[in-house]
Design a protein around this ligand. Structure first.
Ligand code: SF4
Length: 96
């Protein structure tokens, strides 16, 4: 895919960590409300296999909008998320 095809402001490198990352409660509530997480806290993301999900949980971005490290699962469901291309997130960069 050509990165120029999708409108985006930032290309944010996806990094990995060995540390277990926790989703903020607010994000969990949003995921539950939109049916992407069940009551037990299990993620149900469309088109994401358990293997992919396991990998995603160890990934994060240094988010240019929130100005902090955001774990990739949260980034993936963010309204600014456009696509993931070659280890980078194409991010719309809107103020949230
Ligand atoms: S998509 Fe959202 S979480 Fe990901 S880098 Fe952009 S603003 Fe940050």
């Amino acid at each position: 895919m050509d990165m120029g095809e999708l409108e985006h402001k930032y290309e944010v490198e996806i990094k990995t960590t060995e540390k277990k990352q926790k989703l903020p409660d607010k994000v969990k509530d949003e995921l539950k409300a939109s049916g992407m997480m069940d009551e037990k806290g299990k993620l149900k993301l469309k088109g994401v296999s358990p293997k992919m999900l396991k990998r995603m949980k160890l990934e994060y971005v240094e988010c240019p909008v929130f100005k902090e490290d955001i774990q990739f699962v949260q980034c993936f469901v963010c309204p600014n998320f456009q696509s993931r291309v070659m280890g980078k997130v194409l991010c719309k960069g809107d103020t949230l």
